[in-house]
Ligand binder design. Structure first.
Ligand code: HEM
Length: 429
C-alpha cells in the first residue's frame, strides 16, 4: 500500500511538473510568439490588404503612393485622429505628427479614416488642385445617412446643381441678404444686451443659442421656445455623428445621431403638413417653403422626404458653421482688444447715421474693416476643418510620382498659413 502510494506520488509529481512545463511553454509561446504575431498582423493588416496590391501596380508604372500608415483593421487611424481632435483638442498636431514622421515635403499622407482608405491632403496647392478638378474628384461624404440620402450633400449631377443653386440664391443674393440683415438684428441686439447685463457669459453657448434662433426663424419660421430648444439639442446630437465612424450600435455617436435625426424628421414632418395646409393668410417665406416650391426640368416638385432631408441638412450646415465662426470671432476679439476697438469705431460710425434704425445689408458691405475681421476669423479658425472628395480614377498630381488609387480622399485643411510648405519641396520624379 505504502509502495503503491509512493509510486502514485512520484507519478503525480512527475505529471504535475510536466503539466507545469507545458503550461509555461504555452504561456511563453503566447507571450513571445503568438501575441507579437497578432500585434504585427493587427498593425500591418490594412497595409497588406489595401496598399500591397497597389504597390505592385505602382512598381510597374514607376509611380509612388503617398507615405503614411493605414492603421488597424476596421478603425484605421480613427482612434489617433479622435485623440488629437476630441481628447487633447489639438487637431493640428494630428497633421504635425505625420509631418514629423514622414517629412514635410509631400503634403499628402495615406491613412484610413471614417471606415475608408483615405488620403489626407494638407497643402494649399494640392487642395486647390483637388477642388478645381471636379472631373477627377467627386463630392462624396463617407456616410450620408445622418444628413439624409436625398440631401444636397448626398445627391449628384443635376439634382445637386438644382439644389445648390436654390440654396445659393436663397441665402446669398442681394435681396436675400437684405431680408436676412433685417430679420436677424432684433434677436442679435437683444442677445448682446442680455450678455452685457449678465456680465459674464460662455461665448460658445450664447453664440449657439442666438445662431439657432436665427436659423430656426430664417429656415423654417420657428419662434424661440421649448420646441426650438429641443431641436437645438437634437441638432447638436446629429452634428456630432455626421463625421463619426458609421457604427450603428447603442453608445456610439453615430447611433445617437441617427436617433436625433428620427426625432427631427418627425418635427419637420409636422411642420411640412402645417405648411401644406396653410390658407393664404398665414403664409411664411422661409427656406423650407422655397424647397417645397422648387421644380425640376419636367416641372416635378421635390418629394416630401427630399424636402425633409434637405431642410435638416441645411439647418445642420448653417448652424454648425455660423455658431462656430461667431464663437471664434468672440474669442479673437477678446484676445485682440485693438482690433475690437477699431471694429467698434467703424460700427458706431455707421449706426450713428441710422438714428436708431437697424443697419441694412448695403451698410454691412461698406463696413470694410468689419468684413476683414470676418474673413480673417474664418481663415484663422478654419471652421470647416475638413471636407471630402472621392477620386473617380487614378490621379497623378503635377507629374509627381504619386498615384492615388484609394477609393476615398479626405482632405484636411488646417490653418493653412501654418501648413504652407514651398511647392518645390514636394517630391518630384
Ligand atoms: C462661416 C460660415 C460657413 C463656412 C466657413 C462654411 C464652409 C463650407 C465649406 C468649406 C464647404 C465645402 C464643403 C465641400 O466642398 O465639401 C461648405 C459647403 C456647404 N455649406 Fe457651408 N459654410 C458656412 C456657412 C453655411 C451656411 C450658413 C449654410 C446654410 C445653408 C451652409 C450650407 C452649406 C452647404 C449646403 C454645403 C454643401 C454644398 C455642396 O455640396 O455643393 N454653409 N460650407
Amino acid at each position: 500500500m505504502q509502495i503503491n502510494l509512493s509510486k502514485l506520488d512520484s507519478t503525480t509529481i512527475l505529471g504535475g511538473i510536466l503539466g507545469m512545463e507545458t503550461t509555461m511553454g504555452m504561456w511563453l509561446a503566447l507571450v513571445f510568439g503568438i501575441l507579437p504575431l497578432l500585434g504585427w498582423l493587427l498593425w500591418w493588416w490594412n497595409e497588406l490588404w489595401y496598399v500591397l496590391p497597389l504597390q505592385k501596380q505602382c512598381c510597374a508604372t514607376g509611380t509612388k503612393l503617398p507615405p503614411g500608415h493605414m492603421g488597424i483593421p476596421l478603425f484605421g487611424e480613427l482612434l489617433t485622429f479622435l485623440w488629437y481632435f476630441k481628447v487633447v483638442r489639438r487637431p493640428d498636431d494630428f497633421i504635425n505628427s505625420k509631418r514629423r514622421k514622414y517629412g514635410d515635403g509631400v503634403g499628402m499622407y495615406r491613412t484610413h479614416l471614417f471606415g475608408s482608405p483615405s488620403i489626407i491632403a494638407c497643402f494649399p496647392a494640392i487642395n486647390k488642385f483637388v477642388l478645381q478638378s471636379d472631373d477627377l474628384f467627386m463630392l462624396e461624404w463617407p456616410t450620408v445617412e445622418t444628413m439624409g440620402t436625398n440631401s444636397l450633400v448626398a445627391v449628384q449631377g443635376k439634382s445637386h446643381a438644382r439644389l445648390r443653386s436654390y440654396v445659393m440664391n436663397a441665402i446669398n443674393r442681394p435681396d436675400a441678404l437684405r431680408r436676412i440683415a433685417l430679420l436677424v438684428q432684433p434677436g442679435m441686439t437683444a442677445a448682446f444686451r442680455s450678455w452685457a447685463q449678465k456680465g459674464k457669459v460662455r461665448g460658445y453657448d450664447e453664440a449657439k443659442k442666438v445662431t439657432f434662433e436665427n436659423i430656426g426663424k430664417l429656415f423654417a419660421s420657428f419662434e424661440p421656445g421649448p420646441l426650438l430648444d429641443t431641436m437645438g439639442q437634437l441638432f447638436v446630437g446629429l452634428i456630432n455623428g455626421v463625421r463619426a465612424n458609421p457604427i450603428d450600435i447603442p453608445g456610439t455617436a453615430y447611433h445617437y445621431a441617427l436617433q436625433c435625426r428620427k426625432k427631427l424628421e418627425a418635427i419637420f414632418r409636422v411642420e411640412l403638413e402645417k405648411k401644406k395646409n396653410r390658407n393664404g393668410i398665414e403664409t411664411t417665406n422661409d427656406l423650407m417653403d422655397g424647397l417645397m416650391k422648387i421644380k425640376d426640368d419636367e416641372g416635378n416638385k421635390l418629394r416630401e422626404e427630399e424636402v425633409i432631408d434637405n431642410i435638416i441638412s441645411l439647418v445642420a450646415a448653417g448652424y454648425e458653421s455660423t455658431s462656430l465662426a461667431s464663437t471664434w470671432a468672440i474669442y479673437y476679439l477678446a484676445k485682440f482688444p485693438d482690433v475690437l476697438k477699431k471694429l467698434w469705431e467703424e460700427n458706431i460710425a455707421v449706426s450713428k447715421n441710422k438714428k436708431g434704425d437697424f443697419i441694412t445689408s448695403e451698410d454691412v458691405s461698406k463696413l470694410k474693416y468689419t468684413n476683414k475681421v470676418v474673413e480673417e476669423t474664418i481663415r484663422m479658425a478654419n471652421v470647416a476643418a475638413f471636407f471630402f472628395r472621392t477620386a473617380t480614377k487614378d490621379v497623378e498630381y503635377q507629374g509627381l510620382r504619386l498615384r492615388l488609387r484609394l477609393q476615398f480622399l479626405a482632405l484636411i485643411s488646417f490653418m493653412l498659413s501654418a501648413m504652407l510648405v514651398a511647392v518645390n519641396r514636394i517630391l518630384r520624379p
